[in-house]
Design a protein around this ligand. Structure first.
Ligand SMILES: Nc1ncnc2c1ncn2[C@@H]1O[C@H](COP(=O)(O)OP(=O)(O)OP(=O)(O)O)[C@@H](O)[C@H]1O
Length: 277
């Protein structure tokens, strides 16, 4: 299946209540000293809970702009959605301006970034940061707060959780910091996780462990996972479906097995050949 801006409906019989639907999403940017220009053009896809969509494509193809728009995280002065709709479980997001994302960001859609430190404050303990989210966003306190913080570290397979809560980010390895960032991301029991190059900054062994952890958590919590990667190996390992972005468009979107056995679009074939050769 090869299509420019066609709509793709991946899962059969999946629960549509938490479905993310993106229709004709177009984003323009304003580089310093120039006018607005459209970079992301007519992106459409569906994503259901329990499924993983890998968005692949070379640097500058518009992957990060697309997922930042889903979180209402575009830098307001220099990037904006100029067309299209984003629906979560039937409800339209963003139609009422960036403020509309407040109750969605973190709570219903969470994000894991390449650099775990972008989610962590270096001068505060892991426990303080995790508990702040649970206090402010989930209204927890006392024993319930401590219990949930420990449970979250346990969810991301961090041993000696009670001890770890008192540590600072710099006392953790890169992989451990990414585990904490994932714990913070899932703290509000979201429906969707966006992982933007979640392992690019890590060594190969740690990469594998974090990818496995993300898959386990996705399974346990029935998350819809939107994985952004330039690494087709990572996409092949994780994704049920693959969307190829090129020049701001999704040029092909198909199930992963079909993609890796021979994609339709010539650009996708070249992308695949460049990895295999
Ligand atoms: N705020 C901005 N202002 C101006 N140009 C921008 C802005 N954000 C992104 N761009 C440009 O839009 C294009 C797409 O950027 P985007 O970050 O979405 O690409 P990407 O596919 O995620 O690539 P990478 O893997 O390198 O992050 C790039 O040419 C980038 O320079």
């Amino acid at each position: 299946m090869s299509m420019a801006s066609a709509v793709y409906r991946p899962a059969v019989g999946a629960d549509a209540s938490g479905r993310l639907r993106v229709r004709d999403l177009s984003i323009e940017v304003r580089p310093p000293g120039t006018g607005w220009m459209e970079i992301v053009r007519g992106v459409s896809f569906d994503l259901d809970r329990g499924r993983t969509l890998g968005i692949v494509g070379e640097s500058g193809s518009g992957k990060s702009l697309t997922v930042r728009a889903l979180m209402g995280l575009l830098p307001q002065q220099s990037a904006r959605v100029c067309r299209g709709n984003i629906y979560l479980g039937g409800e339209e997001l963003g139609g009422k301006g960036p403020g509309a994302f407040k109750n969605v960001r973190g709570r219903r859609i969470c994000m894991v970034f390449q650099d775990a430190m972008s989610a962590l404050n270096p001068v505060l303990t892991i426990g303080y940061q995790l508990k702040q989210i649970l206090r402010i966003r989930m209204g927890l306190s006392g024993a319930a707060l401590q219990r949930r913080a420990l449970e979250l570290l346990d969810n991301v397979r961090i041993a000696n959780a009670a001890e770890r809560l008192t540590a600072y980010p710099h006392e953790f390895s890169g992989g451990m910091r990414q585990r904490v960032a994932i714990a913070m991301a899932i703290a509000q029991a979201p429906e969707i996780m966006i992982a933007d190059e979640p392992t690019t900054a890590l060594d190969v062994t740690t990469q594998r462990q974090i990818l496995e952890l993300i898959m386990e958590i996705q399974h346990e919590q029935n998350l819809a996972l939107l994985l952004i990667t330039h690494d087709l190996g990572v996409a092949g390992y994780m994704a049920d479906d693959i969307a190829v972005m090129h020049g701001g468009r999704i040029i092909e979107i198909t199930d992963a097995d079909r993609f890796f056995s021979g994609p339709d679009h010539p650009y996708s074939r070249r992308l695949l050949e460049s990895v295999v050769s």
